[in-house]
Design a protein around this ligand. Structure first.
Ligand code: AHR
Length: 539
């Protein structure tokens, strides 16, 4: 239910000293709006699984080649061929799960071509992303080595479109079978005697599109066939059974989900069901107007509705929620015309950080419905957390999106809490076919967004102010717990197009912020275009 309070009521509620007055004048040049929020400390939604903060890396542009992998002989500082800055920054951020090698690329990828001596690996054309030639120097061992280096769980997307059930079951055996078979011995001979124990396996990607243009019934039939053999080999090790992800819809496509699940019947059933929902933008990443930005940001309530709706549809087939809903591609997808740094190289601006905050708040609020979320993509492609100046560029910067993810890190593994706030009611709208990186609809400016979580005496509350022209004075009540003290951090730039460039890498970074803490409430001022996290000690 939306909570409406006038400015006078806000003032009467005890905001004797405006926090705005305590902060540098320059960041408050807009109108100010009083906002109310309530965090229900005794009403838990579900665990904020660290997997909600997962990522995705494809053989696309300079994501894998150049971003992750520069090669052992590169003049760029590297650890066994992995770009060192990438490793360092990702270790600091923490990447719970990393999906690879696509994307559309996955359904044209044959894993055997990426193992063994690098000089003997075949060169192949990347048909999806520019028809450039790849040398397969980055393959299974390199990817799994990278995951180990950054402390990430791998999620391999297996080929259905141009592959076979045999190819997938062999890849699983190669990765996971301990020893004594030709494939496990081959893995050992290639340098990895210990099994990799890869748990997450995607059975095809976007089978409704680049993965083979299947109808949902046919995609389900493929899943049943592939899963039969994948499980036969993958469940040898009881403690490490494979988790198989079936291909879900583009956006909120109910026909796909119904068609797929009707045809899955009694199975084999997927462990996870993946949907994709991109938030398309109509401009170059650093040339957004407020109106264009609002059109894009207003897709987020649709994302939230879609997650609720898709979970509801799945519940009809899976009332005990044994199938995990996975959003394994999401993020802003702007207009990209310049390929000089690699295909889909996209700058991340203050607008992108706000978008990340809106998404991550949704995942907290819908924690009971989600299993994993993977933003697209890790580095140099779409809404990445790191950018290099091309595949051969020595510079690497942490984007605004990196810092937005950092602000949400304290929520990981805590229990999400129910929140109410001005604007929390989702607007009534139909469930259309969303996603796919194809723009949005004009809509009014988005509102305040809030989420919260708690573990024992620590509570974390995140706020997003997506308005370019309104500072928000938020009076946030806490019910069911008493706050003792707290600290706040903020990511903010008044310019919606501000970004961390190679000549100004620290323009938009996390800073300390003021928060007033009373037993039953906190008060925080959110400048226009900001993402803030408050960490409280509560009793
Ligand atoms: O992330 C870029 C592409 O978007 C992926 O390859 C595909 O799965 C989606 O359409």
């Amino acid at each position: 239910m939306p909570l409406n309070f006038t400015r006078r009521q806000f003032a009467r509620a005890g905001a004797a000293v405006s926090l705005a007055a305590l902060l540098p004048r320059s960041i408050f040049s807009n109108t100010t709006a009083a906002k109310k929020a309530v965090v229900h400390a005794d009403s838990e939604i579900g665990t904020v699984r660290p997997e909600f903060h997962s990522h995705f890396a494809e053989h696309l542009g300079s994501c894998t080649y150049g971003g992750i992998w520069v090669g052992k002989k590169s003049p760029i500082e590297n650890i066994d061929g992995f770009r060192k800055a990438t490793v360092d920054y990702l270790k600091e951020l923490g990447v719970p799960v990393l999906r690879w090698p696509g994307g559309c690329f996955a359904d044209d990828y044959h894993w055997r071509e990426g193992i063994g001596p690098a000089e003997k690996r075949p060169r192949r054309v990347n048909v999806n992303w520019g028809k450039y030639v790849e040398d397969n120097s980055f393959g299974t061992h390199e990817f799994l080595g990278f995951c180990k280096l950054i402390g990430s769980q791998p999620y391999l997307a297996a080929n259905v479109g141009t592959g076979s059930p045999q190819e997938v079951r062999d890849w699983i055996e190669y990765c996971n079978f301990p020893k004594g078979t030709a494939l496990s011995e081959e893995r050992a001979a290639n340098g990895s005697p210990e099994p990799f124990r890869v748990r997450y396996w995607g059975i095809g990607n976007e089978l409704w599109g680049c993965g083979g243009n299947f109808l949902p019934q046919a995609a389900a039939a493929e899943f049943r066939r592939y899963a039969t053999f994948a499980r036969l080999v993958g469940d040898q090790d009881r403690d490490n059974s494979v988790y198989l992800v079936g291909c879900g819809p583009s956006g909120d496509d109910s026909n796909w989900t119904r068609g797929f699940m009707d045809s899955i019947g009694n199975g084999p059933r997927p462990n996870g069901f993946s949907m994709h929902y991109y938030e398309g933008g109509s401009n170059d990443p650093v040339e957004f107007t407020p109106e264009n930005m609002y059109t894009q940001l207003n897709l987020f309530p649709r994302v939230e509705q879609s997650l609720i709706h898709q979970r509801t549809l799945l519940d009809g087939y899976d009332p005990n929620r044994q199938i995990g809903l996975i959003l394994d591609e999401w993020g802003v997808w702007d207009q990209l015309r310049d390929n000089s740094r690699g295909r889909l190289w996209q700058q991340s601006s203050m607008r992108s950080a706000v978008a990340a905050g809106l998404g991550l708040n949704i995942f907290n609020r819908q924690a009971d419905k989600l299993f994993m979320c993977n933003i697209a993509q890790l580095i140099n492609v779409l809404q990445s957390v790191l950018l290099t100046d091309g595949p051969e560029g020595g510079n690497c910067v942490r984007t605004t999106t990196y810092y937005a993810f950092m602000l949400f890190k304290p929520h990981r593994s805590k229990q999400a809490l129910r929140v109410e706030y001005d604007g929390s009611a989702l607007p009534a709208q139909g469930f259309g076919r969303g996603g796919g990186g194809r723009g949005g609809q004009p809509a009014p400016p988005p509102e305040l967004s809030v989420s919260a979580s708690r573990q024992g005496s620590q509570m974390v509350i995140s706020f997003v102010n997506p308005r370019h022209d309104v500072d928000m004075e938020v009076d946030c009540a806490i019910r069911g717990a008493a706050a003792r003290n707290g600290t706040a951090q903020i990511l903010h730039d008044a310019d919606i197009n501000a970004f961390n460039g190679f000549d100004n890498p620290d323009r938009v970074t996390i800073r300390k912020h003021d928060v007033a803490v009373e037993a039953d409430r906190i008060r925080i001022t959110l400048p226009a275009m900001s993402v803030a996290t408050v960490t409280l000690q509560v009793a």
